[in-house]
Design a protein around this ligand. Structure first.
Ligand code: PLP
Length: 405
């Protein structure tokens, strides 16, 4: 059992009200709230170590550099990568995926195929489409089973001699489905195809072990794991990253520059053009410590209790349809009541102080699959409580009764 009262005391934002109601924040899959220790880490960087990294001989610059590189080592350990050369700082999951699409995708050719799934976030669709438009590459899409899990047989059948890449979610931001990454990766590797895993919805809720998953790339965002905005991580296998051209040009990513010939820096810096978000990176370090202190398994177990209570409560509401019922799903519940629009439901819940996400969740192909314009989504984190879930379920019931009239 988590000490949720102690945890909650670390989030000043949880003391605020919305329209006179205590805030109930259930939009954690979009972004999590930030504990005081992480905000303090940001303040400490600004107040004590604010200097650009890697270039300076002066003390402050070295302190900032030490923090950025110590965080890289912390992330390496956190996800069990083989080397810090494999840990690239990016703005977030979106930039990480764009990096791989632009850099590795540069070698793809007309007629090549990339496998994605029906449940992907737009971040793991559109970069491949942009590449596809440039190179005339086709996307092949893995269909879903009725419970919102992937149809693995269909996935396997999508591989042809033209398949060059597979880009797959670890966890669906809408359905909560946890995909069997190792199995999916093994299948792709049997066909000689590298795999990128979009871990945006996994990093705050489960242990990430890239060695065990054997994926070639893994992307995640700090702001969804109690960390600051503006920073994320791309893990890539070193032998692949070494063969890939730089993504962006600028300072930091070069070996030597002349007008005749420019050479690239070694990994990971080859992919880190310009000043990194060193304040955010230092604060991400605090977020990782924070997660490890509570224990990711403890967080996950707590969230599963909340999910179970929410699911049981919602299921009692007539006309309510839950999307995504796969076994072992993560603590996300997306639903609609009758033909009530997700926006109307979300807006009235907000009037009661309850923050949920509404609309297409950046997964329009998935909305088309279910033939709906949008859904209401509640998603849980370590600081949410069973009382909040009860209040939320009653509020959905109340709002549904108002809107059904
Ligand atoms: N992938 C998934 C599954 C997501 O849920 C999100 C954000 O909601 C993203 C990618 C994009 O993450 P970011 O906006 O942090 O780059």
């Amino acid at each position: 059992m988590l000490d949720t009262q102690l945890i909650r005391s670390q989030y000043p934002i949880l003391n605020r009200t919305v329209d006179g109601h205590p805030l109930i924040y259930l939009d954690n899959a979009a972004t999590s709230l930030t504990p005081r220790v992480v905000v303090e880490a940001i303040n400490e960087m600004y107040n004590c170590h604010k200097a650009n990294v890697h270039r300076g001989v002066h003390t402050l610059s070295q302190e900032a550099t030490d923090r950025v590189e110590a965080t890289r080592e912390k992330i390496r350990r956190h996800i069990n990568a083989a080397s810090t050369a494999e840990i690239i700082y990016a703005q977030g999951t979106t930039e990480s995926i764009n990096l791989v699409a632009a850099s590795m995708g540069d070698t793809f050719q007309h007629g090549d195929e990339i496998i994605v799934t029906t449940m992907e976030h737009h971040s793991n669709i559109v970069p491949w489409q942009l590449l596809g438009d440039r190179k005339r590459i086709r996307l092949r899409v893995v269909p879903l089973n009725p419970d919102g899990s992937l149809n693995i047989n269909a996935y396997e059948e999508l591989f042809t001699e033209n398949t060059r890449f597979a880009a797959l979610a670890h966890v669906s931001n809408v359905l909560g489905t946890v995909n069997p990454v190792r199995q999916l990766t093994d299948i792709a590797h049997r066909h000689g195809v590298p795999v990128l895993i979009d871990g945006a919805q996994a990093a705050a809720h489960r242990t990430i072990d890239v060695a065990q998953l054997d994926c070639d790339f893994y992307a995640f965002s700090s702001h969804k794991m109690y960390g600051p905005t503006g920073v994320g991580v791309l893990y890539g296998k070193q032998r692949l990253l070494e063969r890939m051209p730089p993504y962006q040009g600028g300072g930091e990513m070069i070996g030597n520059v002349s007008f005749e010939k420019t050479t690239w820096a070694d990994l990971p810096f080859k992919f880190e053009a310009g000043t990194p978000d060193y304040v955010g990176i230092a604060a991400l370090s605090a977020a990782i410590d924070y997660i490890n202190q509570i224990g990711i398994d403890n967080i996950a177990a707590h969230e599963q209790n909340l999910l179970q209570a929410a699911t049981q409560g919602l299921q009692k509401i007539g006309d309510l349809r839950i999307f995504g019922t796969a076994e072992g799903k993560e603590a996300v519940v997306s639903f609609l009541v009758g033909n009530i629009s997700s926006y109307d439901m979300g807006m009235l819940l907000d009037r009661l102080g309850i923050a949920v996400r509404t609309g297409h969740h950046c997964a329009q192909p998935l909305m088309s699959h279910y033939d709906v314009a949008g859904m209401v989504r509640a998603s849980f984190a370590a600081y949410n409580t069973l009382e909040e879930v009860d209040t939320f379920v009653s509020a959905v019931n109340r709002v549904a009764n108002i809107l059904r009239r």
